[in-house]
Design a protein around this ligand. Structure first.
Ligand SMILES: O=C(O)CCC(=O)C(=O)O
Ligand SMILES: [Mn+2]
Length: 195
């Protein structure tokens, strides 16, 4: 088990090469071509805006997933997603119903500060985040503000686990970056416990 990256109020574990390079290359190519990527609008502070990235939701069709005013109905898991889920359930010590996928086309695609604290995930959710493609910086910011910002470069084939009280006390984001960067796919596996 790697060390906890957080100084307090939650647990974040990072496995830099959870998938070997060859397997990660193959999974990136398959996901890029087979997932029905879409750009969809969300509502932030009453304003409807397009998300600065492409997304998809896969998983148990009984559980739609809603965030930032966007209700997504999942498509069934593909073979690749079933394989990846099986691999991350072991270190995550849980089962996952749903995967939210994000495709960052280049450095101008991003994800703003947020917490994965939707009621449907229940208290203290375990979230398994798998990355393929270009390395992007993942930032964590303590909500009470007593700790500095933590930066984790999420490498090709890596796994980041967030658990415990992380989603109560820490925001996370993928900032835009000016330095040219290739495409990146991120998958966050979640367990929906209520609708
Ligand atoms: O792309 C990432 O690494 C973060 C994705 C994320 O935070 C989310 O989907 O909620
Ligand atoms: Mn998130």
């Amino acid at each position: 088990m790697p060390d906890n990256l957080l100084p307090a109020d939650g647990e974040v574990y990072f496995y830099p090469a959870f998938f070997e390079k060859e397997e990660a290359d193959l999974l990136f190519a398959r996901l890029q071509s087979r997932i029905p990527w879409k750009q969809e609008p969300i509502t932030i502070m009453g304003k409807k805006i397009m998300q600065p990235r492409l997304t998809a939701l896969l998983g148990d069709p009984r559980f739609p997933y809603t965030y930032s005013g966007l209700k997504m109905n999942p498509d069934n898991f593909t073979d690749e997603l079933l394989l990846i889920r099986e691999r991350v359930e072991l270190p995550g010590k849980t089962t996952f119903t749903t995967a939210l996928l994000n495709f960052y086309r280049d450095g101008s695609d991003s994800m703003g500060w947020h917490r994965d604290n939707e009621k449907s995930l229940g208290p203290d959710p375990v979230i398994a985040s798998v990355s393929f493609g270009a390395t992007r910086n993942f930032k964590l910011k303590h909500r009470p503000g007593e700790h500095g910002i933590i930066t984790v470069p999420l490498t090709h084939g890596s796994l980041l686990l967030m658990q415990g009280t992380t989603q109560d006390y820490w925001y996370h984001s993928i900032p835009k970056q000016l330095r040219p960067v290739g495409p990146r796919i991120n998958i966050t596996f979640r367990r929906i416990v209520a609708t």
